[in-house]
Design a protein around this ligand. Structure first.
Ligand code: CP
Length: 297
């Protein structure tokens, strides 16, 4: 059974198939391929979109969900992660995990005979980026030759964007303050394969000619207060940033958003913003991801 831990584990065809299936199932009836499947959701961190879109999606596909929230489960606390994995495989058919350490989910998936889906770790957020790629395809067509501009923090969502850019070979401009840089191992890996990833500390240059402008909260869950927000101020996505992008450019944010911090209210509520389509697409993307995990050989 394949896992869905990081986008870089997928081939280009696998990722494109997941995107196509997400769009197909958004627009037409799908089989209830999860009938009688039991899915355990381990959420060590709060969630609105990820948790509810997984629960609704699994129920729509005929399956059943069992939630372990942060009060009930901190991986590795009451027993080893390996023991938790070996117990759950006696009951369930799939495990969805949102946890802090990426090594925890890797450890879990290494011993588990069940498919494991990454619902966010401190390192990456691949389900989010599949939904984002679906949203771009819906609004702008093929991802080929598209230019994506990322603003602000170099966080787990950006990590998955970098991996997507390498696999699908599109341009990714990263606009971030000096001293805030993406994971160095990732950049070194990416640069060996794809020369289309650029880091730029001049915000107005980052969105020049972009098809899609993206930002995220400046301080991710667990990182609050670690860096002064002032350093991010020039990287707020506002009308000056959007003016540099193409006229038909879209604005995306994985939400939750902090209005007039990482994005101005005007842009978030403006006609280029597709943030609620993006949130809806979590549901469709995750159905295709679960199909990949349960039906690939
Ligand atoms: N974007 C995202 O993952 O939202 P939640 O934290 O609400 O799941």
């Amino acid at each position: 059974m394949p896992n869905f831990i990081d986008l870089k584990d997928l081939s280009k065809d696998q990722l494109l198939d997941i995107i196509s299936l997400s769009i197909k199932w958004k627009n037409q009836e799908h089989s209830k391929f999860m009938t009688d499947k039991h899915v355990v959701l381990i959420f060590e961190k709060p969630s609105l979109r990820t948790r509810i879109s997984f629960e609704v999606g699994i129920n729509q596909l005929g399956g059943m969900t069992y939630l372990l929230n942060e009060k009930e489960m901190q991986l590795g606390e009451r027993e080893t992660i390996e023991d938790t994995a070996r117990v759950l495989e006696r009951y369930a058919d799939m495990v969805v995990i949102r946890c802090f350490g990426h090594d925890q989910i890797k450890k879990f998936s290494k011993v588990s005979n069940l498919p494991v889906i990454n619902a966010l770790t401190d390192f990456s957020h691949p389900c989010q980026v599949v939904a984002d790629l679906v949203t771009i395809k819906e609004h702008l067509g093929d991802l080929k030759n598209k230019k994506i501009a990322w603003f602000g923090d170099c966080n787990n969502v950006l990590q998955s964007w970098i991996e997507a850019s390498v696999i699908l070979d599109f341009e990714l401009n990263i606009g971030c303050p000096k001293g805030i840089i993406p994971n160095l191992n990732t950049i070194s890996w990416a640069n060996k394969i794809n020369k289309k990833i650029k880091i730029n500390h001049n915000p107005l240059q980052v969105s020049e000619g972009a098809d899609c402008v993206i930002t995220d909260t400046w301080q991710s869950m667990g990182d609050e207060g670690s860096v002064s927000e002032e350093i991010y101020l020039p990287f707020q996505v506002n009308k000056n940033i959007m003016r540099q992008a193409k006229d038909n450019a879209i604005f995306m944010h994985c939400l939750p958003a902090y209005r007039d911090k990482e994005v101005s209210s005007e842009v978030l509520e403006g006609k280029q913003s597709v943030v609620f389509d993006e949130a809806e697409n979590r549901l469709h993307a995750q159905k295709a991801i679960m199909h990949f995990c349960l039906n690939s050989n």
